[in-house]
Design a protein around this ligand. Structure first.
Ligand SMILES: Cc1cc2nc3c(=O)[nH]c(=O)nc-3n(C[C@H](O)[C@H](O)[C@H](O)COP(=O)(O)OP(=O)(O)OC[C@H]3O[C@@H](n4cnc5c(N)ncnc54)[C@H](O)[C@@H]3O)c2cc1C
Length: 481
């Protein structure tokens, strides 16, 4: 039997359910990747994300080549391309791992019907999460809307049926198919219509495993504190790997729990806090799968202050935020980190999101879109879930009237301003006392810091206290309507 393995968000060989099943059932396996042309043209993602994906594909192609297999690729509308490839290669079956985004579910439904009509077997697998949405449910079978309840049930499931990590199938090298027309070399980022950017998070399965080892041998032991400090390399920075499946979530969780099992000088709360984050990831995946309307709007109808009307003021404030020129150093550092590297520290993501929604009163979906277009780890479920959390419209939303104070967040989590200085070089010489609120500098202090407010670095675009009060007042008015 000849089977195609359609790689999508699972660009690895280890613990790869679709690949394992194909190796078990088929005498010939053809690995395939389809560049989704309509998606690439829609510019939902940005260059950082596309470069990282290409790096992962390059790595996957080379791991397959080491085993004598060629990663075939197609470019076009995925349903048409998969159906055509199956026909041309006379494949008997197509294997893939499931994806929970509404658009992907629809695509997979269509391709399944088309293949079934042609008499081709389709087999799909759980991979992107440890537990799919219907495996972690409330007492009456309803999907969870609260993270804490979901987490408790998730752990019960884990203790009952913790999935193991599967090795790379040893039979893979025997699955070489009869020669197919030669696959051209993978398209470059420019050919796909994106800009080349150096990926500072190294792509590919080997690098994901290396990073996981580094993290579980060191930073995981002080994660609860380290993860909040943007100037420190205190979190795993594995999110792009989870996004493109160069690391299996099962492997990551087992690796963390192995740290605990080893005993010795292990900080249990730190390790478990990290696993909690992986459960947050699964939680948002199940929210998207169970409540697909979140991709289009608020999870729940709640009374929140209205966002600013479209128009020149809205556009000008939004552009100022997008360029990291708000006059609030922690916000500007975060956005500039994103624009320069395709990544932003989680604590700072929350601060910049709160600032956009609550200080500037720009709708959260504008921020969500901007993040998708710039993040290397751009992922609909995590991005949407977190933006809705910040906007207080989501499942486990941030309390409606909690508004981050950028200067206080900055003092608490970047006390000496090291992170700010890295991304906002105009403030490099500002004293520790003033780095969080440079607009308070006297003329003498500005001279000493070689930074004139209003010339070298902007005045704040809004007064935080005033914006906060306005937001609260609008909220009260809205509640009385
Ligand atoms: C407004 C906003 C938008 C976000 N958009 C995305 C996004 O598009 N893609 C994305 O992967 N994450 C997103 N996050 C979540 C989080 O910021 C990143 O997952 C995290 O910063 C990745 O860094 P890390 O790998 O070092 O995480 P670690 O702290 O090491 O955590 C380990 C893993 O857990 C998962 N995780 C951690 N925090 C969260 C969270 N809050 N929600 C869901 N999963 C989490 C990630 O897969 C992460 O790699 C967003 C957060 C906010 C506040």
């Amino acid at each position: 039997m000849r089977g195609i393995v359609w790689f999508r968000r699972d660009l690895r060989l280890h613990d790869q359910p679709a690949l394992i099943a194909a190796c078990e059932a088929c005498s010939e396996v053809i690995p395939l990747f389809v560049f989704d042309e309509p998606l690439l043209q829609s510019r939902v993602f940005g260059s950082a994300c596309v470069n990282f994906m290409l790096g992962c594909l390059h790595d996957l192609a080379s791991s397959l080549a080491d085993r004598g297999l060629t990663l075939q690729w197609r470019r076009g509308e995925p349903v048409e391309e998969v159906v055509r490839a199956t026909r041309e290669w006379k494949a008997d079956a197509v294997y893939w791992n499931r994806d929970y985004e509404p658009r992907a579910i629809e695509r997979d439904h269509t391709v399944t019907q088309r293949l079934a009509k042609a008499g081709v077997v389709v087999r799909t697998f759980k991979d992107h999460v440890v537990f799919e949405s219907d495996e972690v449910r409330g007492a009456t079978g309803e999907p969870f809307q609260r993270y804490s309840a979901y987490r408790a049930r998730w752990w019960t499931q884990w203790h009952a049926i913790a999935p193991t990590v599967q090795p790379i199938p040893t039979t893979l090298t025997n699955k070489i198919s009869a020669p197919l027309p030669l696959s051209r070399s993978q398209p470059t980022v420019t050919e796909l219509g994106y800009d080349p950017v150096a990926s500072w998070i190294e792509p590919g399965e080997e690098n994901a495993l290396k990073r996981l080892r580094w993290f579980t041998e060191g930073p995981i032991h002080s994660y609860a504190q380290g993860r909040n400090l943007p100037a420190v390399d205190g979190s795993a920075k594995l999110s792009p790997h989870f996004r493109f499946g160069t690391l299996s979530p099962r492997m990551a969780i087992h690796a963390a729990l192995k740290v605990l099992a080893k005993g010795g000088r292990v900080s249990r709360p730190d390790v478990l806090t990290w696993v909690d984050e992986l459960i947050w990831r699964e939680f948002f995946q199940q929210v998207l799968a169970s409540f697909p309307h979140v991709a289009e709007g608020a999870f729940r109808k709640v009374v929140v202050p209205p966002s600013r009307d479209p128009g020149p003021e809205h556009d000008s404030l939004f552009q100022t935020w997008c360029h990291g020129q708000t006059g609030y150093p922690i916000v500007d550092a975060g956005i500039r980190q994103l624009n320069q590297t395709g990544w932003m520290h989680n604590r700072v993501r929350m601060v910049v999101a709160s600032f956009l929604i609550k200080d500037l009163r720009i709708d959260w979906q504008s921020g969500e879109r901007y993040f998708m277009q710039h993040l290397i780890d751009a992922d609909t479920a995590a991005n949407n879930g977190n933006w809705q959390w910040c906007a207080s419209t989501g499942t486990d939303a941030m309390r409606g009237y909690r508004i981050f104070n950028p200067a206080l967040q900055s003092k608490k989590f970047d006390p000496d301003g090291a992170y700010i200085r890295r991304y906002v070089p105009e403030l490099a010489h500002v004293s520790v006392r003033r780095i969080h609120e440079p607009y308070l500098m006297t003329v003498d202090e500005q001279e000493l810091a070689r930074c004139r407010i209003g010339v070298d670095y902007p005045f704040p675009i809004v007064d935080h206290q005033q914006a906060r009060q306005e937001y609260l007042n609008l909220g009260k008015q809205e509640a009385m309507k």
